[in-house]
Design a protein around this ligand. Structure first.
Ligand code: NAD
Ligand code: 89Y
Length: 339
């Protein structure tokens, strides 16, 4: 599978390393408007053609997949450009600026018959995956309550300065993954109620969000996110879980400790992610999930299946983000069906 990557910034480095770890995948073209960033990526993927203009790269072709790792404002034009050139597409989260753009992007790729996956990688973290597998296997019976919690004081702004500048921050940037984990565990939500706060005066958007979801299958979940939480140990970038089912409970605690209790019996597992050779702590958790999601994409194409985090699926995650902001702004519960 020949891959072209657009956007060679902070996060794309993980995706480039991830592709190197996938048998049969090869990055053959790279594009970034910034020649310095392009040069760094070019060193990592020697032999790949380099471009500062995405349209020129697309016109030259010679690849099966475009992997878009730019920030959100360029996602719609780049996804539509890729669709025009009839290639499979991966696009980073947040998928779009708004729900109507997101729907148009899904339709554009669907019309070509090619595959579209959103790089919504937290549900692919191995610790989260271990919890999802336990829940899906029925280990704790039918879940009725879940809490998915991401609370940190880690400085994400030094690596990603744009996060301090947007009107929206934590729900759009990070909450999107945590809401997606809630969907992976409990299915689609029908209603959401959210509150937001900004604690850090140096940023523009909200850095705390607390969300209450009702899922179609009957589960109530609490999704809480904060980048204003100063505590020891710092758990970035771990998402912690508490899930109650009618037969037992599951906890994913700090330090990647997974506990399942059923009928008075307890199973405790260390589900720490490996530190891949190119990865570094504390990002190794996310970095491993990048390689896993990219492998999933390759496997789905080979099998002719839709990725679990397809563009169409991601519309539900994206709608939760939009609904959470609407709920917080208007101090009311939002029905997802109304969007
Ligand atoms: P960045 O600003 O460091 O890099 C983006 C790069 O894209 C820049 O080098 C820029 O020059 C280039 N670019 C922008 N528009 C372009 C265009 N039209 N043509 C060619 N190049 C273009 O941003 P980043 O921190 O790497 O974030 C990129 C995306 O990855 C964001 O959507 C962000 O939310 C996402 N991200 C995801 C995770 C995750 O865990 N999934 C983590 C961090 C960032
Ligand atoms: O951009 C974010 C993401 O997707 O994962 C963590 C992050 O880098 C900072 O919140």
């Amino acid at each position: 599978m020949k891959i072209a990557v657009i956007g060679c910034g902070f996060f794309a480095m993980n995706q480039l390393h991830g592709w190197k770890g996938i048998k049969g995948a090869e990055v053959v073209a790279l594009c970034d408007r910034d020649p310095a960033r392009l040069a760094v990526a070019g060193k990592l993927c020697s032999g790949a053609r380099t471009y500062t203009d995405a349209a020129a790269m697309m016109a030259d072709g010679g690849f099966d997949v475009v992997d878009i790792a730019t920030t959100v404002s360029s996602h719609r034009p780049l996804v539509e450009l890729a669709a025009k050139h009839n290639v499979h597409v991966i696009c980073q989260k947040p998928f779009a600026l708004n729900l109507s753009d997101a729907r148009a992007m899904v339709n554009a790729v669907a019309a070509t018959g090619k595959t579209l996956m959103v790089h919504e990688n937290f549900r692919w973290q191995s610790a989260i995956r271990a919890a999802i597998d336990e829940v899906r296997s029925g280990a704790i019976g039918t879940p009725f309550f879940g809490r998915i919690s991401f609370r940190s004081g880690y400085d994400v702004f030094s690596g990603q300065p744009y996060l301090a500048e947007g009107e929206r921050f934590i729900i759009e940037d990070l909450g999107i993954h945590i809401l997606d984990i809630a969907r992976a565990l409990f299915g689609d939500a029908t209603r959401i109620t959210a509150t937001t706060r900004r604690i850090n005066p140096a940023i523009k958007g909200e850095d705390v969000a607390t969300m209450l979801l009702e899922h179609g299958g009957g589960v109530t979940s609490v999704v809480d996110c904060s980048y204003a939480t100063r505590r020891v140990p710092e758990t970035f970038p771990e998402s912690l879980l508490e899930i109650d089912g009618d037969k037992g409970t599951l906890r994913l605690d700090a330090g990647y400790r997974l506990t399942v209790q059923v009928d008075g019996e307890e199973r405790v597992r260390d589900v720490s992610p490996p530190v891949l050779p190119w990865a570094e702590r504390p990002w190794h958790n996310i970095q491993e999930s990048v390689q896993i999601i990219q492998q999933h994409f390759v496997d789905c194409i080979a099998r002719g299946e839709q990725p679990e985090t397809s563009g169409a699926d991601n519309l539900q995650t994206f709608a939760l983000v939009e609904a959470a902001y609407l709920s917080a702004r208007e101090h009311r519960t939002v029905e997802l069906a109304s969007l």
